[in-house]
Design a protein around this ligand. Structure first.
Ligand SMILES: [Zn+2]
Length: 451
């Protein structure tokens, strides 16, 4: 059919000044393209009307990545892709003899290409994915602060408690979409950023965002990132859909190794675990072999990790029910792949059902998102205040609190005067009270170490 059309269209096309593909017949078309700049890579995705064969190679001086795709025509304008922060300065294309399409990406920074194809799923048809990876060390991720975890004498260490905040979905994977078009990936990133800002203001805590923009991270990569950051807690934030638009309420989930605690929990875990199919992950085996082997050995630590996950989840739930309607009164469990860290307590917070019109509207409000983030933050800090990991500032502070006396500054007081009257030093007072200089004011409370 198409062939017949082309044979007629060619001479006609020349007459009308149309651009006609040399050599002619392409059964497959590139129907759309998207670009997702991320800290570690830039992902370029082509939507195709059918499967294609392709090859990728690099050229230097100037550095370019070339993608040759056989038997395909370009149905879109690649020049209209926004290239900000992508490391790509320009995308050009040319239709070559034999129906091959050559796409050339001019690079403004060093990037290593990796490509793969994805088969159709409920969201997308055939896709060709080109990941342009930043070499290690050129990552745009903010440099990691060194965290000391040596086992010797934790009592004097005051490291921060690291909270990994994971905004679900992203990039190719929009997550659930509300009746008015609100996308889960945008709402949960906004809540994650709010939670990050609130935790960043707290002494003793160091929040880390797993996803900092609109790009996809595999579920495994999210877990790995949390371990690389030596997270004390992993919180994955979502706002999913249910088949029934009347379903409502927020929920908190922990991992289950044996079935789900409710049909809803099982349904949501299946939805979440499908994210890799939509977001795009190279290879069918999502689980690293080493990880499977290791998992046999970590069953024991998993039990302790799971107990912590349930416990911190209950704290979060207790705070959230003051601002949101809760779907269930207790933490639920299901086989969420993103929660499978053997040694990082992990919870998944469903902030509401985006499929419910009222909850979609709530989640669209910055004020409501702030309330949710505040509730999550309070649940987290409550739990860590009762269970501070050894070697953290929170643990140190808790211990010190038992041995400190409060003193209210009066007129004429100096820090050195208070120190000498109490048989301590100015530097010790500064340390205990987190003071930078020696300035104090009347009415200020100074904590004084005893003994
Ligand atoms: Zn989700």
């Amino acid at each position: 059919m198409k062939q017949w059309f082309m044979s007629l269209a060619m001479p006609l096309g020349f007459l009308m000044g149309m651009v006609v593909i040399p050599g002619g017949v392409s059964a497959t078309e590139i129907e759309d393209a998207r670009i997702w700049p991320a800290p570690d890579n830039t992902r370029l995705v082509f939507d195709l009307s059918g499967p294609v064969e392709h090859r990728v190679f690099v050229l230097s001086n100037p550095s370019r990545v070339v993608v040759d795709i056989s038997d395909v025509s370009l149905g879109i304008n690649l020049a209209s892709l926004a290239l900000d922060n992508s490391g790509v300065s320009r995308i050009r294309s040319a239709q070559r003899e034999g129906g091959e399409l050559r796409v050339v990406l001019d690079l403004s920074t060093q990037l290593n290409p990796r490509s793969f194809v994805l088969r159709p799923n409920e969201q997308y048809g055939h896709r060709l994915v080109l990941d342009l990876e930043r070499p290690p060390g050129l990552s745009m991720e903010p440099s990691e602060r060194q965290v000391s975890r040596s086992a010797d004498d934790l009592s004097n260490q005051q490291r921060n408690i690291v909270i990994a905040i994971d905004a679900g979905h992203g990039g190719e994977d929009p997550g659930a979409i509300g009746p008015r078009g609100t996308r889960e990936k945008d709402v949960v990133l906004a809540i994650a950023r709010e939670l990050y800002n609130q935790m960043d203001d707290l002494r003793g805590y160091e929040p880390v965002l797993m996803r900092t923009g609109d790009y996809y991270l595999s579920l495994q990569r999210r877990r790995e990132l949390a371990r690389e950051k030596r997270a004390d807690l992993f919180i994955s934030i979502h706002a999913d859909a249910f088949t029934n638009p009347r379903a409502s309420g927020a929920s908190v989930f922990a991992l289950s190794s044996s079935g789900a605690t409710s049909a809803m929990a099982g349904y949501l875990a299946n939805q979440e675990n499908a994210a890799d199919v939509i977001g795009g992950v190279n290879g069918i085996s999502l689980e690293d072999k080493d990880e499977v082997l290791r998992s046999v050995l970590v069953d024991l630590s998993m039990t302790a990790t799971l107990r912590s996950s349930l416990d911190v989840g209950n704290n979060i739930l207790g705070q959230m029910k003051q601002v949101a309607r809760m779907h269930k009164a207790s933490v639920e469990q299901a086989g969420f792949a993103v929660l499978k860290s053997p040694d990082v307590p992990s919870v998944l917070v469903e902030t509401g059902f985006i499929s419910n019109p009222t909850e979609e509207a709530n989640l669209g409000s910055a004020g409501y998102r702030r309330q949710l983030a505040t509730a999550i933050r309070q649940g987290v800090t409550h739990w860590f205040e009762s269970n501070p990991p050894p070697g953290t500032w929170v643990a140190w502070q808790k211990r010190e609190a038992g041995t400190l006396r409060r003193y209210v500054v009066v007129s004429g007081d100096t820090l050195s005067g208070i120190a000498s009257r109490n048989n301590t030093s100015v530097s010790r007072l500064r340390e205990v009270n987190q003071l930078n200089g020696s300035a104090i004011r009347i009415g200020q409370v100074i904590l004084i170490p005893q003994g």
